[in-house]
Design a protein around this ligand. Structure first.
Ligand code: NAP
Length: 331
């Protein structure tokens, strides 16, 4: 397995990770826990070390699942989890963001218990809390490092300015934000540049565009009733059709390489720099192997330029979250 570091001198992890969210939440077609555990263990057998979860996936059940999967294999794994988005059991649509220092401590201790480990390798704030200065939240996260409960700190969907402020309090190993062919915000917002300036690794989430960039999703009717993507602007009506046309337009390039559109999408992310470690999510061993094989694709400069011409930063139709989700991004 190829490896990369999260920032110069940062921790070494497999060059792609495994996103575990869809095994417990947001996307339909979920199988049994035993199936999901088999996928995670297969990933470890293939040399993937970076597993990505969060306390709000399930909520809570995804961390428990990951904990069961890594039981007895702690040395093979670099566990990344997140805190800060609170769900309301009585209202599935409601979301609270909590970055208060006392909550950071409680959330970490609860995650450690569910994961069944003594130290979290990478602990992210899932969304920046606009009510709490980032210095206070990161200060509380830094105390977790002092206590030996966490090894490295990360932020998710934080702005360049927030990253600069956070990095003055404690070393930040990684920023995890959405980045893929159809979500190019980190290029235009300056967060990717800020990561490079500050020596912070970049972990692109949803690198397959929540599955859309694989070209296997042909209609919204493919989704189960409880699938989040039924409510995502990019998957609605005309947006869906326009976005599908974009995916089809890169299919010819994928064919030239003898790879799938999903592999091309991953190879594109990987080609953006050695400081990027994408975390594609899947519930299937076959997809996982296909995603790992994308590490062997080397896109030429000409082809990267061709892809860029087809998929310029603002090509996708529709925002990447509904209005409330867009409002929770730190920009
Ligand atoms: N920080 C954040 O706010 C945030 C937000 C979203 C996600 N994340 C993290 O990022 C991870 C990845 O993102 P994601 O799961 O949203 O999106 P993604 O990785 O872009 O796409 C996942 C979807 O693609 C499908 N897929 C995977 N490999 C495929 C292949 N080779 N061919 C065809 N389809 C394939 C999966 O299907 P199956 O499930 O059927 O295998 C799933 O529906 C998550 O698991 C989570 O850990 C973080």
């Amino acid at each position: 397995m190829k490896t990369r570091t999260l920032g110069p001198g940062g921790p070494t992890v497999s060059a792609i990770g495994l996103g575990c969210m869809g095994m417990s939440a947001f996307y339909g077609g979920r199988g049994s826990d035993a199936d999901a555990i088999a996928v995670i263990r297969h990933a470890l057998d293939q040399g993937i070390t970076l597993l990505d979860t969060a306390d709000m996936y399930g909520p809570h059940t995804n961390e428990t699942l990951v904990g069961r999967a890594i039981d007895g294999r702690r040395d093979d794994v670099f566990v990344a989890t997140k805190f800060g988005i609170q769900l309301d059991p009585s209202d599935p649509q409601a979301r609270g963001i909590n970055g208060r220092p006392e909550y950071v401590q409680q959330a970490c201790e609860a995650s450690l218990k569910r994961l069944g480990i003594e130290t979290i390798d990478l602990y992210y704030q899932h969304r920046v809390d606009p009510q709490v200065p980032i210095e206070d939240t990161v200060g509380a996260m830094a105390r977790l490092v002092e206590q030996g409960k966490v090894r490295h700190l990360g932020l998710s969907e934080a702005s360049a300015d927030t990253l600069r402020r956070a990095a003055r309090v404690h070393t930040i190993a990684a920023l995890q934000s959405e980045y893929s062919l159809w979500s190019r915000d980190p290029e235009t917002s300056g967060t990717l540049a800020a990561c490079r300036e500050l020596g912070i690794g970049f972990v692109p989430y949803s690198p397959l565009g929540r599955g859309f960039l694989t070209g296997t999703i042909r209609t919204i009717e493919d989704f189960d009733d409880d699938d989040y993507r039924r409510h995502s602007p990019r998957f609605q009506g005309e947006n869906f059709d326009r976005n599908l046309a974009l995916v089809e337009s890169v299919q010819a390039i994928a064919q030239d390489y003898g790879v799938t559109p999903g592999q091309l999408a991953l190879a594109w992310v990987l080609a953006q720099g050695d400081d990027l470690v994408p975390i594609p999510g899947t519930k299937r061993i076959g997809y996982l192997d296909e995603n790992i094989a994308a590490l062997d694709i080397h896109l030429t400069e000409d082809d990267l330029a061709r892809i860029d011409a087809i998929f310029p930063p603002d090509a996708a139709s529709g925002t990447r979250y509904p209005a409330a989700g867009m409002g929770a991004l730190n920009r």
